[in-house]
Design a protein around this ligand. Sequence first.
Ligand code: WTA
Length: 652
Amino acid sequence: MSSEVHHHLDTLLHEDRLFPPSASFRQQANVNDPSVYERADQDPEAYWAEQARQLDWFEPFTQVLQWDPPHAQWFLGGKLNAAYNAVDRHRQGPRRHKVAIFWEGEPGDVRTLTYEQLGREVDRTAHMLRHLGVRKGDRVTIYLPMIPELVFSILACAKIGAIHSVVFGGFSANALRERILDADSKLLITADAGWRRGGLIPLKANADEAVQGTPVEKVLVVRRVGDAAQAAWHADRDVDWHELAAKMPKTPVPAEPMDAEDVLFLLYTSGTTGKPKGIVHTTGGYLVGANTSMRTVFDLKDSDVYWSSADIGWITGHTYVVYGPLSAGVTMLMYEGAPDWPHRGRFWELIEKYGVTIFYTAPTLIRTFMKWGPQYPQQYDLSTLRLLGTVGEPINPEAWMWFHEHIGHGQAPIVDTWWQTETGCAMIAPLPGLVATKPGSATRPVPGIAAAVVDEDGHPVQPGSGGYLVLTRPWPSMLRTIWGDDERFRKTYFGKFPGIYLPGDGARVDEDGYYWILGRIDDVINVSGHRIGTMEVESALVGHPAVAEAAVIGRAHEVKGQAITAFVTLKEGVQGDEALVAELKQHVVNEIGALARPEEVIFTAELPKTRSAKIMRRLLRDIAEGRVLGDTTTLADPSVIEELKRLYKDSE
Ligand code: WTA
């Protein structure tokens, strides 16, 4: 086990506060019979088949699981359509005129879409995709802000069987291009720009730069900010969303019957090498996972108003803004902007305005709210909230308690959900009517999921000890492969323990069987709940003409969870000064996006290396976090450390 995990273990709070669900919550919960865990454990296939039947299938599946490790196929023979399940099936019954989406733009503009209206928009968008030459199996890259057209685009792809690849709007032109090329998309959907804290995110300008030299033939452009954007227009390539939409027939587009194992989408995430991985999710299994967890973990009822503050550019937005809630027929809130625009009470104002009952957000935001103080939520009526959730990183008990007291008025259960882009839906999380929660623990695997914490040899560790978190059985919404790189898929996730999925997180299980996630054990940093590979940032830095070598680490940060510190050696004759620090930070922003901007850049003559020339990141982390240094006996030149410690202090 890495020393980093041991360190986490040492500092982990001993937590024995326990919050059981209230009798009234338990009574009304969708799942309140504890035998579900045992039943699912004894016959996971029967459990998942039962869940799968909550969806509408055009043709029923004939086999639940085919497991040829590391490749799983679920619901074989079944045919269904994800957009049909998310929208069209609700257009036929009592939910037809139910609100699907309350949308609120950052400047305060609003839009309400019933399931019927959403369905028409999806059909219109599907007509546009067809008109632009998109066919079943084609990839479409989507680079949009949090506006309704993003949902229309995703569902329109799903409806006609095209594979969507959504790229978060905070990524740079370079990052977008890399993802377009890897997916080999011929259509890009973007907007003139997006709003952020009153300013503009130049999406179209980034897109123009990104598509050069890619297979993209057409760029479909939503006018989000109108005259405020000064985007160039390429008449032969750019298509105005609204003009084209107006010309489309008003007829429904039939939902393409997809094989359960047909690819639904790609979503890129960071790994341990510089190249992001295109995580592949398929239609049947993914949708079953998303839908099931809405009903079980989020206890969703028809009367709920649900809000996940995640951006659709990440997996949380795919599963818990689009496919999960809509397939469950929810009324949800979707918000375009920042939590402090135009004021720090914006989120609470929205919860009051729409009567939100379930609120799902990230620990980094909770810590930000804590910093701002309880006077903001106190100004609003949050009494409608009955369930809270968190995701993205371990939640520190202080933040958990604050969320519980100030937002959940001491009553709403908190579901801390551990999962990943790769897992598709929540894997370790309480069922809120059944499981007593402990602040900081994601509690236990959900029914149908088998986890363990193991040592280097794959043997389960003693309760209380740290080890590798693993998932020991296949599950429906697991990634199927990495787009175009099955070998990397095998190695990354199944290379260490054959047939057993390795998420890359450290964990420990306590005496009660509760899981405590300790953070990544690989070279992935979690900044504000966003995964960033250290190698990605390093290769961006060494791409700068002044840089000879770079080592990037994540250090503990009060609000962001982790922040990026870059140690950089410069080329002969280059002088490291403040201006160069600023330039290098900006260079990383240009290469990857603002989310990867280093908090500190420290120039050093040498980087600490082992005798086999491996950079000792652990030492760098220790320096950045001001810890007593661990074992340096393998270090080639120990004097490097003293120098680094001095430099790091100077930079503060
Ligand atoms: C971390 C986000 C602790 C973890 C859904 C994981 C968490 C990575 C939690 C996946 C949680 C996510 N507690 N850690 N509740 N949720 N993580 O792919 O390190 O963006 O491996 O998926 O975030 O990040 P991803």
